[in-house]
Structures are given as structure tokens and as C-alpha cells.
Design a protein around this ligand. Structure first.
Ligand SMILES: [Zn+2]
Length: 139
């Protein structure tokens, strides 16, 4: 559990947060483009179509880029500093701004395979989709 600030949830993003609360990473999907997108919005960012649905994502992705925050963004981040802020490319295409959870920041690298983990907020409702390095294959 974390006491980070909670996201502002609106009608467009509510299905996303309802999904994470059930440990499902869901993405808006445009039937006309046959593609997922993120962030959630009323119209597809590619074709402006409104024939949208929500689909479950695999929860797997790749680190596109990252930075290490060595100063907390606020008091709620003090205990986890330093922490990794990353752009993760999901298998379905969209790029997510998130955190990669590691013991030491040098355990993250560009191109790394990561999987989603769900971290409840202290508000008892919101669950954040964060990421961790994919387990190394067994030898
Ligand atoms: Zn579209």
C-alpha cells in the first residue's frame, strides 16, 4: 500500500481504474483502427472514431526510457526515493508513464521486459498499475 496522491477519475478513465481494482490492465480499443490507445478518452486519437471498447491487456511491456528520481516528488514519495519513473511500451502498443519497482535503480535498463504489478493506494479504492522486471527464465 502506498499513500501517494490518488488520480482524478472521470467518466473516460473510470473503466481503466475499475479494471486495475480487479487486477486487470484494460485499454481503450478502437474498432475502426483495430488498435488500442492510451490515455482513455471519448474519441480515438488516430481516426476520431467513437466505436470504442475496453480490452484486457497482457500486462507485459518493454522499458522505452526511464529516469531515476532522487528527490521525492512530495512527502508521500519520501519512503520510496530513489525510485524509477519509466515509459513502458505495452505489447498492445500504447506507452504508459509509470514506475518500475526495483530494489536498486541500476536494476532497470532500456529495452527491459517488465510485467504489471498492482499497488493499492491508501484510499482503499484506487489501485495503481506499476511494473517490475519480468522474472528471468529458469535455467
Ligand atoms: Zn480509430
Amino acid at each position: 500500500m502506498t499513500n501517494r496522491p490518488a488520480p482524478v477519475i472521470d467518466d473516460d478513465s473510470r473503466p481503466f481504474w475499475q479494471g486495475t481494482a480487479r487486477q486487470q490492465l484494460r485499454l481503450p480499443y478502437c474498432r475502426a483502427c483495430a488498435a488500442a490507445f492510451f490515455y482513455p478518452r471519448a474519441l480515438c486519437p488516430r481516426c476520431h472514431g467513437d466505436d470504442l471498447e475496453w480490452r484486457n491487456a497482457s500486462g507485459r511491456g518493454t522499458v522505452y526510457s526511464y529516469t531515476v528520481s532522487r528527490r521525492p516528488a512530495g512527502p508521500a514519495f519520501q519512503a520510496i526515493t530513489p525510485y524509477v519513473v519509466a515509459l513502458v511500451d505495452l505489447e498492445e502498443g500504447p506507452r504508459l508513464l509509470t514506475n518500475v519497482l526495483v530494489d536498486r535503480p541500476d536494476q532497470v535498463h532500456i529495452g527491459q521486459s517488465v510485467t504489471v504489478v498492482y499497488q493499492p493506494l491508501g484510499d482503499g479504492e484506487t489501485v495503481l498499475p506499476l511494473f517490475q522486471p519480468e522474472a528471468a527464465p529458469e535455467r
